[in-house]
Design a protein around this ligand. Structure first.
Ligand code: PAF
Length: 280
């Protein structure tokens, strides 16, 4: 059944208050739309864990540091609603900008430390935008649990931190990255990759996997990075922004996986910025 679409926070609040009074557990899957199987796996996880499921679709202007990136971001609301019809989603919350950032809005949620590195170092203001909108979506939905993909691993850590720091009573749950058959991590941005470039895209995950194997065999990130970067560039990527081994909890830089660690990469392919990461 096509889920109900709600566009105002007042309507959403009235509905959620009723659920809460009935003692129901509410899950939220925050998205910017252009839903793919990765998002749908989060919806499934929410459905499995919660009595009520809200999917939010909001292309958040505050997290785009580049206006053309915001303009070209895919917007596919009807298609998204159709994809959600096979799940038990109670509400798709599609707020207008005025519902999230009403006139006079002057607050920014900024998580320091975790956002200084990786994507944070390359996309100024991006994580402030993410942290601000996620805080708003948590408070507007009143969700007990929130589901995020590990594909955006840094985002997941930032969201966990802000929820803990601001005493927001939501449990933030990370779910595994869903991949295409050739290994490319699913992302709404994949829609922007041309057919010609798409053939080259799996090199990113291949290089990560090879480097992770090298680390597990006792190599160091310093020694293995060059070969992995060369592979990505040889495949046709134009730039590797970062390729780092980092501790899962505080994202500090590591040379060997001496604690729970992730290998994270961002690289440009034919004008599209792709990110990926894997556990080591
Ligand atoms: O991962 C995303 O799609 C966005 O960053 C999020 C969490 C929905 C906030 O706009």
């Amino acid at each position: 059944m096509t889920p109900q679409i709600i566009r105002t926070k007042a309507e959403l609040r009235a509905l959620v208050n009723g659920w809460k009074r009935a003692g129901e557990r509410v899950g939220v899957v925050p998205t910017m739309g252009a839903l793919h199987e990765g998002h749908l796996s989060l919806v499934q996880a929410a459905q499995d864990a919660c009595d009520r499921v809200i999917v939010t679709i909001f292309v958040n202007p505050k997290q785009f540091n580049n206006p053309s990136d915001l303009d070209s971001y895919p917007r596919t609301e009807e298609d998204d609603a159709r994809k959600l019809a096979r799940f038990d989603v109670d509400v798709v919350y599609v707020p207008g900008v005025d519902q999230v950032y009403p006139e006079g809005f002057a607050t920014t949620v900024s998580v320091s430390g975790l956002t200084d590195v990786l994507c944070g170092a390359h996309r100024p203001g991006h994580f402030d935008g993410v942290a601000t909108v996620v805080t708003k979506l948590f408070t507007q939905t009143g969700a007990d649990q929130a589901f995020f993909g590990e594909k955006d691993f840094q985002q997941l850590q930032v969201v966990k931190r802000l929820a803990a720091d601001l005493d927001i009573p939501v449990e933030v749950i990370g779910c595994p990255t869903i991949r295409e058959e050739d290994g490319l991590a699913m992302s709404s941005r994949n829609l922007l990759i041309s057919d010609r470039a798409r053939i080259k895209a799996p090199a990113l995950h291949e290089a990560l996997s090879e480097m992770a194997a090298g680390l597990r065999a006792g190599g160091t990130a310093t020694d293995l990075r060059q070969k992995a970067e060369a592979k990505i560039l040889a495949a046709g990527f134009t730039e590797v922004e970062y390729l780092d081994l980092r501790a899962c909890d505080d994202l500090s830089l590591l040379d060997t996986p001496s604690r729970e660690a992730r290998l994270l990469v961002a690289a440009w392919l034919a004008g599209v910025r792709l990110i990926d990461n894997i556990a080591v």
